[in-house]
Design a protein around this ligand. Structure first.
Ligand code: SAH
Ligand code: SF4
Ligand code: F3S
Length: 478
């Protein structure tokens, strides 16, 4: 039988070769047969997961619009439903399977509806096999490496009325001619590096996203110029590990050099995410400290406060070296904010090892932490580790850690009382139209009574009340 589907393969996805990365300038094309295929039709796109996925969602939005589709926010009104998925933890995948289950009814009522799944889950063979077995109402599956093929694949699904599955398990290229439709009005995300080569033992991302591939600095800077031209005030440079930017290019560029070049542009706010603590260079700290438009807010996932666990996780730094970067940043950039990610219940994590995570938390007094119970991911080395810690103990540890997270969130925010902060205005808050909200330079959510503030302005706000996860205040007129 002719091979019908192109299925994912996590083993192939793991491969890393010395093959140079191709910068593809003309891979995305809309074939004649599908031009205006969406005219008079609606699409619904739901994105789960991290900013990399959100940015991919903006690309898909751009493609749908070029095909003539109109975006809707209710699945009942859609002719095409696409779920852009995340595979980072079992819980993330369960949500998607739940959603697929509840969409069955719509497909039954409207057999012409196209239901698609893409993103990181599509890169896992067990997910696609499960879809083939139990979710036969899914019409289209494609992965993170072939988003540019959306017009062709969608056309195929619509015209052939057969299931279309095309997932590439490759190292990946850089594709430069993709359209996109940004969701934010004054905040823009710009990819600088794709993929991940760190292979932390618990993590699925290196398998779902391919190898580290930097975009050419000129391409990044051109995109920054475009967003400035379009009136954006803030840009967030994106990568699973932005510090690795440029290491795969042979032109001597680095993240520090790129960051300096972006800071030289006329843009009010620059952020970046995520930074791996391992290769956070002195040069980077220097660029951050010496440019006022690089925001003083850092997200540096630490994962654990115990060296043995860090080694088993393959994180390549020690608790001491993490503290060293932390101290350098806090000294060079006073009043900066610091956030992190922590995993509790890594296989066989002892109570004493967990205690060291709490101790590190007490030491760093993070502004905020995203905390997770370890979730085994099929195909990763840690999924094979023996684990004798019960789920109950794991969730107790998470609760205990979250108490500290809440305590320091509140203490850190309390420091802002009676201080004036600069806020980039998002607009009226959801609950109360008379109150505006936005984010401070240190990335604190600020709700305030506006005076002259308009969406997209940067205004001064006097903080009159502090809460654990937000600040309240009044706009201060100059
Ligand atoms: N590239 C980023 C992390 C991206 S994933 C970095 O390394 O800094 C976001 C967070 O999800 C991770 O920092 C980690 O805390 C968590 N995570 C990743 N894999 C996980 C797993 N298998 N179980 C639980 N949490 C996980
Ligand atoms: Fe995952 Fe580690 Fe890569 Fe982050 S650095 S995406 S945690 S493998
Ligand atoms: Fe999830 Fe993929 Fe991002 S697994 S966290 S959407 S890179």
């Amino acid at each position: 039988m002719e091979k019908k589907y192109q299925m994912p393969n996590l083993k192939d996805a793991r491969l890393r070769t010395d093959n140079p990365v191709d910068i593809k300038e003309n891979l995305f094309k809309i074939p004649k047969a599908v031009e205006n295929i969406g005219f008079g039709k609606n699409f619904y796109l739901r994105t789960y997961g991290c900013q990399a996925n959100e940015r991919d969602g903006e690309v898909m939005l751009g493609i749908f619009k070029q095909l003539g589709y109109t975006q809707v926010f209710d699945t009942e009104e859609a002719d095409v439903i696409l779920l852009n998925t995340c595979a980072i933890r079992e819980g993330a995948e369960d949500k998607v399977f739940g959603e697929l289950g509840s969409l069955k009814r719509l497909k039954r009522e409207n057999p012409d509806l196209i239901l698609g799944l893409c993103g990181c889950m599509a890169q896992e063979e067990y997910v696609v096999n499960r879809i083939l077995e139990k979710y036969q109402h899914v019409d289209l599956v494609f992965g993170t490496h072939n988003i540019h093929r959306l017009p062709q694949l969608l056309g195929q699904a619509i015209f052939s009325k057969e299931k279309v599955i095309e997932v590439f398990s490759e190292e990946g290229h850089v594709i430069e001619n993709l359209p996109s439709s940004r969701v934010g009005h004054h905040k823009a995300w710009v990819n600088i590096i794709y993929g991940c080569d760190k292979f932390c033992s618990y993590c699925i991302v290196p398998y779902t996203r391919g190898k580290e591939r930097s975009r050419m600095m000129s391409d990044v800077l051109n995109e920054i110029d475009e967003v400035i031209e379009a009136g954006y005030k803030e840009v967030t440079l994106l990568g699973q590990n932005v510090n690795a930017y440029g290491k795969d290019l042979e032109d001597g560029t680095s993240f520090a050099k790129l960051l300096q070049a972006v800071a030289d542009k006329n843009i009010a706010r620059i952020r970046f995410t995520t930074s791996h603590p391992w290769d956070f260079s002195e040069e980077m700290i220097e660029v951050i400290a010496s440019n006022s438009n690089v925001m003083p807010s850092f997200h540096l996932p630490v994962q654990s406060g115990n060296d043995k666990i860090l080694r088993m996780m393959g994180r390549r730094y020690t608790v001491d070296s993490y503290k060293e970067i932390y101290n350098k940043l806090k000294t060079r950039i006073p009043n900066c904010s610091f956030t992190t990610d922590i995993i509790v219940g890594f296989p066989n994590e002892t109570q004493a090892q967990f205690q060291e995570t709490l101790d590190l938390y007490e030491y760093c007094k993070f502004d905020l932490a995203y905390t997770f119970v370890y979730s085994p991911r099929k195909g990763t080395p840690a999924a094979k580790f023996e684990d004798n810690i019960s789920d109950e103990v794991k969730s107790q540890r998470l609760q205990e850690l979250n108490l500290l997270v809440g305590k320091y969130a509140q203490e850190n925010n309390a420091k802002y009382l009676n201080k004036v902060v600069k806020v980039l205005v998002d607009g009226p808050s959801k609950r109360n139209k008379d109150i505006y909200s936005g984010y401070s330079e240190t990335n604190k959510l600020v709700n305030f009574t506006p005076m002259k503030a308009k969406v997209g302005d940067i205004v001064k706000v006097l903080i009159t009340e502090t809460k654990s996860y937000s600040l309240n205040g009044i706009e201060k007129e100059d």
